[in-house]
Write a protein that binds this ligand. Sequence first.
Ligand code: ASP
Length: 591
Amino acid sequence: MATPLPGEWRRTHTCGELRASHVGQTVTLNGWVQARRNHGGIYFIDLRDRYGVSQVVLDEKVAATVRLGPECVLSVRGKVNARSAANVNKERDTGEIELVAEHVEVLSPSRTPPFVVDGDEEVSTETRLKYRYIDLRRPQMQKNLIHRARLISAMRRAFENEGFLEVETPILTKATPEGARDYLVPSRVHPGEFYALPQSPQIFKQILMVGGIDKYFQVARCFRDEDLRADRQPEFTQLDMEMSFVEEDDVFAVWERVMAHTFRESMQIELTLPFPRLRWEDAMERFGVDKPDMRFGVELKDLAPWASTSTFGVFTAALSAGGRVMGIALPAVHALSRKDIQALEEVAKSLGAQGLAYWKAAREGSSGPLARFVPDAASAEHLMGLLGASAGDTCLFAAGKESQVRRVLGELRTQLGKRFGLADRAIQAFAWVTHFPLFEYDADAGRWFSAHHPFTAPEDWTLGGDGADPGKLASRSYDLVYNGWELGSGSVRIHRPDVQEKVFQILGIGPEERQRKFGFFVEALASGAPPHAGFAMGLDRIVALSLGLDNIRDVVAFPKTASATDLMCQAPSTVAPEQLAEVHVKCIPAP
Ligand code: ASP
C-alpha cells in the first residue's frame, strides 16, 4: 500500500454523516476507537466523533498494519459499502452502511481510559471530573454542551433583535456587594493592594446606563466565594442585562419575549405569555416559599377562623400570641403511609415545629390526631371549607410564628410535590415574584442587610420617612421563578444619589467606607443617571433545568467540586515563594 501523501489523513466526512447515498464512494473518517470486535479474522471497529458512530471493517491484512487500542485516534480511508438487510443497525443513523478500510493510520495512541466512554457502569463524579477529557467524549455530555451553546446563542440573538448591545465589563475590579465573599487577586505593581473578581457586573452595568448605553447585555462570568451546594459553582455564568428609562413592566416584557424566542429556537417549545406575577407577600402566603412550583396546587390556607373557636390549646395559643394557624390538604388519591407521615414530621421538626398535626378529612368519622378537636359535622365542614379539602384528603397543619408556619408548610408542600409527582411535567411554569422586602435584619451581626443588593429601589422613594422601620419596606426587586427554581433576580435601581446615600446609611456603611468603596458610583449617579432597571439570569441553571437535570455540573465543561477544587488541573495549588514575593503576599499557615 502506498504511503499516504501529507494531509491525506484528513476527514472527508464525519462519523455521523454517511448514509446509503454514499455507497460506492471513497471517503476518509477521523475519530476515536469506541469498540473493536474480531469475527474470525475480520475486524470491526466502531469509530466515534461528536457527530456519531460509523462501523469500519478491516480485513486481516489491513488490520496487521496497525495496533489498535480503545480510544486511540484513527484516520481510516476506504469505500462505503451497503450492509446486507440482515446487518442493518436501525439504532444508528449510519446503520445502513459500513466503511471497508483500505488504509488505517493511528493519528494518536491512547492510554487505557479510566472508564468506558459508552459503557453503562456507574462512574464516580471524582473520576469523571479528574478525567474530564474522557467524560466529555460521552454522548450525554456532548448533548448537554451542544444544548447549552444553542440556548445561549438563541438568547444572544433575541437580545440583539431587541436592540441590546453586548458590552464586556472588567474581571479585575473592585468588590461588588452581592452578599458573598470576594475572590481577591493581589496586585504586583501596587504592593498591598488587591483586585476583586466580580460577583456580578452590577455597578458597571449601572454606570453603562449613566454612560448612555441604554440597552446592555452580556454573557457574564461571575465569581462568588460561598460554601457550595449542588446547584452552585464558585464561578458561574449569567445572562446579565440593564435598560434605561424603564420600569418593571418593560423589563418583564423584554425577558418574556427573549424566553419565548429562546425556548422556541433551542427546544421547539411555545411558552404562554405573559408570565403570571405575584407579590412576594402573596407567594409566601400561598406557597410558603419565594420560588413556588406553580405546576400544582396544595396551597397554604389560613385556618384562623376555625382555629380561634377550637379547643386545641396549641392552635389557640399560637393565635393569641399573634401567630398563625395554617394548613394544606393533599388529595385523597395520594395515600400517605404512617412512614410518610413520620418522615414529614421529621421535616417539620427540623424546621423548628414541635410536631405535625394531621387530619384525615371527613364530615363524619374523620381520623388522625386532630380528629378529637373536630367535634361535629359543622366544625368539620368549616375546616374543610377553609382548606378546600374533600372527604379523604390528608390535611397537615402548622401553628406558631408566621415565618415558621410558612417555612414548614412550604417545605412539606415541596416534598409532597416530589414524593407524589404532583407537578405536570408538560407545563412550563414561569412566574415573576415581585416586591421582595428591601432589608433583612441579621441578629448575629446586629445590622440590616439588603435583601437583594444595595442598589435596589425602594417601593417608596422616601423610605417610609424619618424613623421608619426598615424591616417594613418593600423593594422594587423581582425574581423569575421556573418550576420551583429561582432563575434570576433583578430590580428597578436607585438612580438618585440622595436615596442611595440613605440606603448606605441604613446598611451601616459609614461616610468613610462609603467614599472609599462607592464614592465613584455615587458621583456617577449624581452626573445625570437615567431611571433604569435590570435583571440577570443564571445560565447554568436554565440550561440544566431545560435538560431535566438538577445539577449544573453536567452542563459546565470544566466544573469544580463541592470544595471548589478543579480535580483535573488540581486548582487551587500552592505557588513558588518567588511568585508570592512578586505580588507582595506572605502566607499564614492554616490553624
Ligand atoms: N446583579 C444581580 C445578581 O447578580 C442581578 C441584578 O440585579 O441585575 O443577582
